[in-house]
Design a protein around this ligand. Structure first.
Ligand SMILES: Cc1cc2nc3c(=O)[nH]c(=O)nc-3n(C[C@H](O)[C@H](O)[C@H](O)COP(=O)(O)OP(=O)(O)OC[C@H]3O[C@@H](n4cnc5c(N)ncnc54)[C@H](O)[C@@H]3O)c2cc1C
Length: 289
């Protein structure tokens, strides 16, 4: 049943400090672009009655670049990200995943912070950020803390955020200049579809051997998953023609042991397992070529 908006209260504090002070005092739910929360409200699933708007807070909407990293405010929209030249140059996996997130109208409102804090295992940007070894900074009225991004996702739709905290920003180290990068998403359609499976990969290939390989996946576990065991199994393996088949078999076995896909309305666990293995093989073949 649709909700009655009169049952909800919306506060729009003028500054980040004011927002954090309100969060420290009681139960408010932050709302940024609202593209997740308004769907929940419209379908009568939004339990929280007090919404704290953070969409207009310029302190959360920035993209800073320095020599080693790109710092993206949680309030940056997908359009902000897609239009940023240095992100386009250094972080093509993030650009690609931002371009997959809903429609253009959606990308004009939806924020990176909302995508991560909503914590769907099928969300589009986490696989790229897992590959890039990103970190996240959380703020509260008492200070801030920075976590490796994989530690942010605790379980299904659960994050390390405390009720008095906001996600402030995401820091993405610049990948090695010689890194090769690739991302694939499999969904019902090419556009406007939540992923059944997605896989992002980044690696340096030296003398045909895999170095510094990073793999991030969507919809293969209860949370966005960095495939650390598969990465470890592949480090140093050869992509030379004489060894490629053996490396691919090894990769498929390592992946099968690491992932825990589920059956749900979008797909089956068996389909996700099969597609994930094919995506990994495609990724390794593209790195080899
Ligand atoms: C038509 C449509 C298509 C979509 N397609 C896709 C898609 O293809 N891929 C995909 O990944 N998503 C998709 N989405 C989901 C959604 O657009 C994204 O997840 C978006 O990034 C959410 O951002 P938002 O700013 O709108 O979040 P909101 O709805 O404002 O918030 C989402 C959650 O994050 C919390 N939150 C937001 N910002 C912060 C912060 N800074 N600190 C702490 N908590 C915060 C909120 O409290 C809430 O729990 C789609 C949605 C719609 C309506």
């Amino acid at each position: 049943m649709r909700s009655n908006v009169l049952d909800y209260n919306l506060i729009a504090p003028p500054t980040l400090d004011a927002a954090l002070a309100l969060l420290s005092e009681g139960a408010h739910t932050p709302i940024a672009g609202g593209t997740e929360l308004m769907v929940a409200l419209n379908t009568g699933r939004l339990q929280q009655r007090s919404l704290l708007s953070i969409q207009h807070l310029q302190e959360l909407r920035f993209i800073h670049v320095d020599d080693t990293a790109i710092h993206i405010g949680a309030g940056s929209t997908f359009t902000d990200i897609r239009n940023h030249p240095e992100i386009a140059r250094d972080l093509p996996l993030l650009i690609q995943s931002a371009s997959w997130t809903g429609t253009i109208a959606n990308q004009n409102r939806a924020t990176l912070g909302g995508n991560l804090c909503n914590a769907s295992p099928a969300a589009d940007t986490p696989p790229a950020l897992l590959c890039y070894s990103a970190s996240v900074t959380l703020v509260s009225s008492t200070g801030s803390r920075t976590l490796p991004y994989p530690d942010f996702h605790l379980s299904y739709k659960s994050t390390a955020l405390r009720p008095d905290e906001l996600l402030h920003s995401v820091t993405v180290p610049r990948p090695p200049a010689n890194a090769r990068q690739s991302i694939r998403k499999v969904g019902t359609r090419n556009a406007l579809a939540i992923s059944k499976v997605a896989l992002a990969g980044l690696a340096v290939v030296e003398d045909s051997r895999l170095r510094h390989i990073r793999l991030g996946a969507a919809s293969l576990a209860d949370r966005p998953l960095r495939l650390v065991a598969t990465e470890a199994a592949l480090q140093g393996h050869s992509l030379a023609p004489a060894h490629l088949d053996a490396t691919l078999r090894w990769a498929r076995a390592a992946l099968a042991a690491e992932i825990h896909p589920i059956d749900d309305i979008r797909s089956t666990a068996a389909y996700r397992r099969a597609v994930a293995a094919n995506l990994l093989e495609d990724l390794l073949r593209s790195l080899a070529s």
